[in-house]
Design a protein around this ligand. Sequence first.
Ligand SMILES: *[C@@H]1O[C@H](CO)[C@@H](O)[C@H](O)[C@H]1NC(C)=O
Ligand SMILES: *[C@@H]1O[C@H](CO)[C@@H](O)[C@H](O)[C@H]1NC(C)=O
Ligand SMILES: *[C@@H]1O[C@H](CO)[C@@H](O)[C@H](O)[C@H]1NC(C)=O
Ligand SMILES: *[C@@H]1O[C@H](CO)[C@@H](O)[C@H](O)[C@H]1NC(C)=O
Ligand SMILES: *[C@@H]1O[C@H](CO)[C@@H](O)[C@H](O)[C@H]1NC(C)=O
Ligand SMILES: *[C@@H]1O[C@H](CO)[C@@H](O)[C@H](O)[C@H]1NC(C)=O
Ligand SMILES: *[C@@H]1O[C@H](CO)[C@@H](O)[C@H](O)[C@H]1NC(C)=O
Ligand SMILES: *[C@@H]1O[C@H](CO)[C@@H](O)[C@H](O)[C@H]1NC(C)=O
Length: 443
Amino acid sequence: MAPSKALISLALFGITTARQCSNLTIPVTISSRQGQFREVPVEDNLDVGAFATRFNQFQKNYTADLLEAYQTLDGTYQISAQYCMPDGGSNGIVQLLSHGIGFDKTYWDLSYNNYNYSYVNVALAAGYSTLAIDRLGIGNSSHGDPFNEIQAQAEVEALNSVTLQLRKGEIQEIGCSYDRVIHVGHSFGSVQSYWLSALYPENTDGVILTGFSLASQFLAYIVAGWNLQSARLNQPLRFGNASNDVVRTLTKKSNLDDNLIRSLQQILGGLGIDLTPQEVWNEVATTEVLDLINGYNTSVISYDYPAGYLASSNLIALQYAFLQPGNYDIGLAVQGEKSKQPVTTGELLTIGNAPSSSPFTGPVLVITGEHDVPFCGGNCYGQVSGTNYSNIPENVAMAFPSAAAFTSYIQPNTGHGINFHYNATAAYQVIQDFLASHDLSAH
Ligand SMILES: *[C@@H]1O[C@H](CO)[C@@H](O)[C@H](O)[C@H]1NC(C)=O
Ligand SMILES: *[C@@H]1O[C@H](CO)[C@@H](O)[C@H](O)[C@H]1NC(C)=O
Ligand SMILES: *[C@@H]1O[C@H](CO)[C@@H](O)[C@H](O)[C@H]1NC(C)=O
Ligand SMILES: *[C@@H]1O[C@H](CO)[C@@H](O)[C@H](O)[C@H]1NC(C)=O
Ligand SMILES: *[C@@H]1O[C@H](CO)[C@@H](O)[C@H](O)[C@H]1NC(C)=O
Ligand SMILES: *[C@@H]1O[C@H](CO)[C@@H](O)[C@H](O)[C@H]1NC(C)=O
Ligand SMILES: *[C@@H]1O[C@H](CO)[C@@H](O)[C@H](O)[C@H]1NC(C)=O
Ligand SMILES: *[C@@H]1O[C@H](CO)[C@@H](O)[C@H](O)[C@H]1NC(C)=O
């Protein structure tokens, strides 16, 4: 195995935890019974705004409005994944990591500050192998029709296929089988991990749901707060068809970031407004300008997402949906904005269709940030009317009547994107400790 950049940088910074990681592509063949939707215009940003407006209408069900029939989607797709093994090799137990909306597999292995926020590193140190996937439709996994192909159910089937291949030792690059597979999700990845446990309870040994609850009324908060745009228009160079893009011609110039900041500084200085490069950078980083120029560097992979792939508009939207102000590093947030990923119309229309309970009989942990917006409306200690649970994550117990153990945990001083907060590694430890105390230790 060729040493990864990660290995090299870890070595340079003198961190002793060695790790063996590789990128791979896993073919999955799925059959998914799912919706056939009437496609509405989503070409430009006003179309996309209109989609979000209709989706959010009080006491209306846009999914039902657009649903024409049910279909069975059959297909073979590629799932892009990062596989890591602990230093001493596999212990026969793996955590299968599914990211949420707005992110990709790198959510679990953020390279910022020398991998100080890496969930993968904490899991490896506890003896687990990890397999982090790009969900079907997103990132480096196969893309597809955003209405009628890339829906939640299809992604659950893809996750199940990866699970079975792990168990049977069928993934060539991995070269061993795993008796025990723990499903760890974040947000929409938690919805899918939960969904898998409901449809295929025998295929999972433990369910960890981060950034999750059963409260659905707050989805509208982020669908509004994201200020969704067409991904290919929001970051044309990175998300669009860069091969023929006008923006590429305009920005094909080295050090565009630096030049832009210097030019803006000079223009403003000419007007008697004296700002430091840092102050100008703050302006640039919090407007769509950051998104517009993001990806000019040819080293950045171009995803060529079709219309119907929607992206949150800018760093402020990212903060609203995922971050608790004051409790995260702005530099990491900028990285998050630069590497963000889209959501499909079909995903939004089907995100609420998971079975209402799971017959899973193993251990379940829900861990959600205290100030999570999409799943707690910004306050997980709030009360959901009609339930007698003392907080919102605890309510998830209702969906797991047969679980051997159910624990809900509220991570303090943290928003929805747990991994982006200062105290992230302490939350990771809560998860490893839960597993160790429920017969899922890696040692
Ligand atoms: C794997 O992909 C990541 C990006 O997801 C990249 O940073 C890394 O260099 C790749 N590693 C290898 C071994 O190719
Ligand atoms: C909305 O409609 C879809 C399709 O008919 C249905 O599956 C879903 O349960 C409905 N959602 C709500 C909240 O009623
Ligand atoms: C990583 O975090 C620790 C504290 O958790 C801190 O002492 C250390 O300086 C950080 N390292 C980097 C490279 O940011
Ligand atoms: C994306 O997938 C291709 C093969 O399909 C692979 O060569 C490349 O390394 C992958 N990149 C990442 C970031 O996973
Ligand atoms: C992207 O541009 C290339 C070259 O102009 C063209 O062949 C291709 O069809 C375009 N793809 C999309 C999705 O527009
Ligand atoms: C552009 O790419 C080069 C080479 O990978 C890198 O050194 C530089 O920091 C990148 N610039 C930006 C603004 O990302
Ligand atoms: C909620 O009330 C029901 C019925 O009154 C009871 O069975 C259940 O244990 C209660 N749950 C909690 C968490 O108190
Ligand atoms: C950090 O997280 C741990 C684990 O949840 C928690 O015990 C601790 O209070 C947190 N610290 C802060 C400052 O939020």
